[in-house]
Ligand binder design. Sequence first.
Ligand SMILES: Cc1cc2nc3c(=O)[nH]c(=O)nc-3n(C[C@H](O)[C@H](O)[C@H](O)COP(=O)(O)OP(=O)(O)OC[C@H]3O[C@@H](n4cnc5c(N)ncnc54)[C@H](O)[C@@H]3O)c2cc1C
Length: 388
Amino acid sequence: MDFELSREHEDFRRVVRDFAAERIAPHVAEWDKRHHFPVDVVQQMGELGLFGLTAPEEFGGSGADFTSLCIAIEELGRVDQSIGITLEAGVGLGINPIQTFGTREQQERWLPDLVAGRALAGFGLTEPGAGSDAGATATKAVLDGDEWVIDGAKQFITNSGSEITSLVTVTARTGTKEDGRPEISAIIVPSGTPGFVAEPSYDKLGWHISDTHPLTFTGVRVPADHLLGERGRGYAQFLAILDDGRVAISALALGLIEACLELCVQYAGERQTFGGPIGRKQGVAFQIADLKVMADAARMLTYRAAAMKDAGVTGAAFKQAASVAKLYTSEAAVTATRVATQVFGGYGFMEEYPVARFYRDAKILEIGEGTSEVQRMLIARSLGLPVE
Ligand SMILES: Cc1cc2nc3c(=O)[nH]c(=O)nc-3n(C[C@H](O)[C@H](O)[C@H](O)COP(=O)(O)OP(=O)(O)OC[C@H]3O[C@@H](n4cnc5c(N)ncnc54)[C@H](O)[C@@H]3O)c2cc1C
């Protein structure tokens, strides 16, 4: 058993770390304050090849492994979580559905720009009345001749309304199955289609730099060939997409824990109280020691799941590993940001230090791409427990 990443992976990590230090870190506090989505930096990430990491070379990607994508997300996440989620969602929810389930024509039309970071795509699953219970989708799509007519609303959709968003893939009820359950399909809706509106951005607790909108669909017409994958398989497709996404969110959370650890070690060596550095007090040092344990555990769980993905492990074993990694690492990240804010004392509450932003940004990790409760439900079921 090998617990180290390869030399190539570590070299790649250095490239992303340098990019984040040079292009993101100096500006991120100001972007956060202004709720500014930096399109130019997103496009530079594209030029660096980050959006195309796991895409095939024929569409401009580099055909690298999933572990590389996790490394990139982890490194961006150490500096800023919003930028990290922009990549995570851009690949996992934007590119991945089309790469995995799209027709050749759909791939040729959409992937080159998405892979190059010239465009972004969103994935619209969540609705006002359907989040954890995503099967309760109320958005409807009716086939009228050779067009789908879509009516409904989606909410909290990442990368869905930026100036470079080219499409949103949405799930919609397209009928009723023989057993009476709704038939749910996924349909590509290009930005600018009449009746499709990305409403103004949310005012969020954190992730201020990330692009998130409510979406409305009123008599939206798209050609029948915009169906993504098989009719009626939309729900199953999204479940598969979310398994990978959970590992990637785990990588994002890992970056946050590591950033907190690094900042705390440094600050505890500098900040003086009662005639010495606070790191000399066990009450502080032990909390930081616990952060190291969290970082190591989070790293192991994240890269174990990524390695399983790269080894072609699918089904129950991978799903369980993805949920375990997401659950542990996201909850540890929330704890780590709370500890870091505490170690920084009053300064931790000031936007002058990044820990305040980290504290605000962490909470969503326990909610997005399946809440902690949903992860516990999935893990319990994977153990054979009859949990509802
Ligand atoms: C910033 C942001 C970005 C997002 N990006 C996207 C995106 O790009 N695309 C997208 O489709 N969605 C996106 N989401 C939506 C996100 O995935 C959902 O918010 C999440 O799945 C939870 O759904 P909900 O908000 O409806 O909460 P609910 O499902 O209403 O849950 C409320 C509470 O009840 C708990 N709960 C629900 N059911 C159960 C149960 N059976 N057992 C125990 N507890 C339960 C939940 O864990 C939670 O604590 C985003 C959300 C945010 C905030």
